[in-house]
Design a protein around this ligand. Structure first.
Ligand code: ADE
Length: 264
């Protein structure tokens, strides 16, 4: 059972996402639990104040340390009562980039994973000092808070827990498992706006389809994310497919303009 505790000022931002699709199913099957904790419930004053002005002045508000430390202490206490430990995470643009390896590691985690969602201009530095959370970044951009990143971590980890996805091979086959991007997929109808489906996919030849898909995955990765191929040692088959792509002149960026799309 994969367990998450989300510390947030906005539990209503988190709950609806968990009520649908695979995350919902994972919870229903008892493979995943996600508990939201409202940081306002860990304040002692009448107005339930969770933020305050920064010492030294400046714009914006800073999240107070005490409600966060109290909430973490309560979760730790509860976890310890059932012989569990916690793993503390803090999504922030200052963190280590979150990757599929990281998601895999979370999916295997036996401890309760506590995710602190930051907001406003920041969090009192003493939270970092006291809890030394693992800081993870989703990318080089700034979001309004940690709720969306928290959901991303949960989603990326949960889908790797056996049984959460309907089809056990789908998590294995797709992007990043062996650090290649996905091959293109098609479904009915067989023709849209004059564009058909590659013949091989209609051929029923499983081996030909497998090779075509592998070749497309290699091409897509080479063209879009060459960094993923750096330093990689290719199998004979992959090298042969790359050689084919090269001689077919297909290892170049797609000619369509981004956002151009199909005409209606
Ligand atoms: N919080 C705000 N921006 C973020 C980002 N890019 N990654 C993770 N957490 C964040």
């Amino acid at each position: 059972m994969l367990r998450f505790d989300v510390l947030t000022l906005f539990p209503d931002m988190v709950a609806p996402v968990l009520a649908h699709s695979m995350l919902k199913r994972g919870q229903e099957k008892g493979l995943l639990t996600v508990k939201g904790h409202n940081l306002r419930d860990f304040t002692a004053d009448r107005h339930k104040v969770v933020d305050d002005m920064p010492y030294g002045g400046g714009a914006g508000m800073v999240m107070k340390a005490e409600p966060i430390l109290l909430a973490v202490a309560a979760i730790r206490h509860e976890a310890q009562a059932s012989g569990e430990d916690i793993r503390m995470m803090f999504p922030t643009p200052h963190g280590r980039p979150f990757t599929q390896d990281h998601a895999r590691q979370l999916a295997d985690e036996r401890r309760r994973i506590v995710i602190l969602c930051g907001h406003y201009e920041g969090v009192d530095e003493r939270v970092r000092m006291a809890l030394a959370p693992e800081e993870v970044s989703l990318g080089d951009y700034v979001l309004t808070g940690g709720e969306l990143p928290a959901l991303v971590l949960i989603d990326a980890a949960a889908r790797l827990v056996p049984g959460v996805l309907g089809d056990p091979v789908s998590a294995l086959e797709e992007s990043f498992v062996d650090a290649l991007l996905e091959y293109p997929q098609y479904t009915r109808p067989a023709e849209i706006g004059g564009i058909g489906v590659p013949d091989v996919l209609l051929s029923g030849h499983h081996e030909a389809i497998r090779l075509w898909r592998r070749k497309q995955a290699l091409r897509s990765t080479y063209v879009r994310r060459p960094d993923l191929l750096k330093g990689r040692i290719f199998t004979k088959e992959d090298q042969q497919l790359l050689d084919e792509l090269m001689s077919e002149g297909l290892l170049t960026a797609p000619t369509s303009t981004p956002g151009g799309g199909l005409s209606p």
